[in-house]
Design a protein around this ligand. Structure first.
Ligand SMILES: CC(C)(COP(=O)(O)OP(=O)(O)OC[C@H]1O[C@@H](n2cnc3c(N)ncnc32)[C@H](O)[C@@H]1OP(=O)(O)O)[C@@H](O)C(=O)NCCC(=O)NCCS
Length: 170
């Protein structure tokens, strides 16, 4: 798997050394409000999560750790072609980092991996994610109710797709 340098970020493969940093992110209720699981309770859960990220096969997906100035601030990538997912530490929100990481990952999705589209499943209340994806040219393709039961609470989905050739990322 490659490393990608952007103006402010390093995107690189995960390693087990990333577990404490990811536990910090994935145990935060605010960052996990619209995630597909409840916040991680213990580091063992995060170890399994990082191990699963490392186990993605080259033909199955490409998920990146995001580092800024040597600190792990989150992850963004295609955890399973063609589905994209991302999460950043709360301290790193609102500075354009997700957008900066998204651009080269979408470039690779189309030009290296040859995907016809990239897809996302987002909670309709997740304004930041919807704005990020719409800004990159994703279009809503549908909605569904009660798609995820997370810790006993149902949430809904907005489905978005970016087709190759419909990019709008600067
Ligand atoms: C979604 C997330 C990764 C965005 O990261 P970020 O680095 O703060 O995003 P950026 O700064 O690159 O901003 C991207 C766009 O979203 C907008 N945005 C950021 N936070 C926002 C918020 N809370 N409400 C509305 N829009 C927001 C920005 O203004 C920007 O839009 P613009 O380019 O039109 O100005 C971050 O909020 C996060 O980690 N959320 C929790 C995890 C999560 O929900 N993941 C997705 C699960 S599907």
């Amino acid at each position: 798997m490659v490393e990608i340098r952007t103006e402010r970020l390093l995107l690189r493969p995960a390693s087990m050394d990333d577990v404490p940093a990811f536990h910090n992110i994935l145990s935060d209720a605010a960052a996990m409000q619209f995630w597909s699981t409840p916040p991680h309770q213990d580091e063992a859960e995060t170890r399994d999560w990082v191990a699963a990220m490392m186990a993605i096969s080259p033909g199955g997906g490409e998920d990146f750790v995001i580092e800024q100035d040597g600190r792990v601030i989150g992850k963004l990538g295609l955890f399973q072609f063609p589905e994209i997912g991302f999460i950043l530490h709360r301290d790193a929100w609102g500075r354009g980092y997700a957008r900066e990481a998204l651009t080269p990952v979408l470039d690779r999705a189309f030009s290296v991996h040859g995907l016809a589209c990239v897809e996302a499943d987002v909670d309709p209340r997740n304004a930041a994610s919807l704005r990020l994806l719409h800004g990159a040219g994703f279009e809503e393709t549908g909605r569904a109710s009660r798609t995820w039961n997370i810790g006993g609470v149902w949430s809904d989905s907005v489905y978005l797709t970016l087709r190759n050739g419909q990019r709008d990322v600067g």
